[in-house]
Design a protein around this ligand. Structure first.
Ligand SMILES: Cc1ncc(COP(=O)(O)O)c(C=O)c1O
Length: 392
């Protein structure tokens, strides 16, 4: 009855079973995975946000495959104002999520069985996005030595005649590392050599822990480049379902890419009219939200750092941006939990602390835990105190 592409193992794993059990019994948890910004105690200008939908224009239906020209101009203005990059609004497509933008690009570039190179560790949703589009993900490594970097040997080894593009999350979830300018130059050279595109997810671009701002790939002109972002992180408004895709690169590739994408987008006409009408106001929420989030992330990270002075065995991995922290916990193999999932279940059952085990993100080995830095500071403090106490 069902397609093989949806043949996923549907049974719950030990971690989700433990979590379900505690949640259904109403046990309060110290949630160090909290990443829904609407539940993390940030102040939103509710009146301004709600009034953005009051315009009579929200009642009109004006189907535009790329999204309304006015809304696309606002996204182009964001790139100009915040990143000093001039983008042609005609090279932008509005979508309901970056997931949808990914699926447009995968459909544009790949036949069934074609390959995309994806960093390991990285964003766990790629597996499902690729399965749904019949695309094969081939991993390349992010390596760590006092900081994360792309292992170009592993990247080059992963290229085959079926490779169509390199996926980058810039900055990456969960490592908080970004693509350095020298790496971008090497990536462009590889794309030229092997006729590949770049697909760059920049949802965390505006959250560097320290200045200067990170450089967007929306200005990349050497390789065919698809830059994805949206309001779920930029304005901390995931419920609005507004994202986009910018296409840049050599004109001879950009033109046909835009024409083909326009047909894909015309088939769905996804983004709602009211969302497009409200886009200007919703995008403007980024200023107060960005500063609140950055303050929270810095405060939580520095509290974690201060606690770790008493736990020299545990390392907080270097990161430069984003909403997450990665902890390396050595000697897990000789501990009673023997895997990071085992430790996460122990933390949940014995200490009511919820963390993500590193294997969710495809870390190369066991021994990593990922915690969210946007949890309200008192919750975060109690959570990491309990976490560190229990791993003593
Ligand atoms: C790297 C990355 N991209 C995209 C998203 C989600 O974006 P959207 O809500 O636009 O699909 C997330 C959510 O956590 C993410 O971590």
């Amino acid at each position: 009855m069902f397609s093989s592409r949806t043949n996923w193992p549907l049974s719950r794993n030990a971690y989700t079973l433990a979590l379900d059990e505690l949640r259904s019994s109403g046990t309060p948890l110290l949630d160090l995975t909290a990443s829904n910004p609407t539940l993390c105690g940030f102040h939103y200008n509710s009146q301004e946000i709600l009034s953005a939908f009051q315009s009579p224009a929200a009642l009109a239906y004006d189907p535009q495959p790329k999204g309304s020209p006015g809304a696309r101009r606002e996204v182009a203005r964001y790139y100009l104002d915040d990143h000093h990059v001039t983008l042609d609004p005609d090279s932008l497509f509005l979508t309901t999520s970056t997931s949808e933008a990914y699926s447009y690009v995968f459909r544009l570039l790949c036949d069934p069985g074609d390959e995309l190179l994806v960093a390991k560790p990285s964003y766990p949703l790629f597996e499902f996005l690729a399965d749904l589009q019949d695309v094969k993900l081939v991993p390349y490594s992010l390596a760590y030595a006092h900081g994360w970097f792309i292992d170009f040997q592993s990247l080059e080894r992963a290229i085959t005649p079926r490779t169509r593009a390199i996926l980058l999350v810039h900055p990456n979830n969960p490592t908080g590392s970004y693509v350095h300018p020298s790496e971008a130059a090497q990536l462009n050279a590889l794309c030229a050599k092997h006729n590949l595109a770049l697909i760059v997810d920049e949802v965390f671009l505006d959250f560097p822990f320290n200045p200067p701002p990170l450089r967007t790939f929306a200005a990349n002109s050497e390789a065919l480049t698809f830059t994805l972002s949206g309001l779920s992180k930029i304005s901390a408004l995931p419920q609005m379902k507004i994202a986009w895709l910018a296409v840049t690169g050599p004109a001879a590739l950009v033109r046909p890419a835009l024409d083909r994408l326009e047909i894909i987008a015309d088939t769905f006409l996804s983004l709602s009219g009211p969302a497009q009408v409200a886009l200007l106001t919703l995008l403007a929420q980024r200023f107060p939200l960005r500063s609140q989030i950055l303050d929270r992330v810095r405060e939580n990270r520095s509290y974690l750092q201060s606690l770790l002075r008493a736990h020299p065995r545990i390392e907080l991995l270097r990161a430069d941006a984003g909403w997450y922290a990665v902890l390396r916990i050595p000697s897990l193999a000789s501990s009673p939990y023997n895997s990071d999932e085992g430790l996460a279940i122990h933390l949940l059952r014995q200490h009511r602390v919820l963390v993500h085990p590193g294997h969710f993100y495809d870390f190369a080995s066991d021994g990593y835990l990922v915690v969210s830095l946007i949890a309200p500071a008192p919750d975060f403090r109690r959570g990491v105190e309990a976490l560190l106490q229990s791993t003593k």
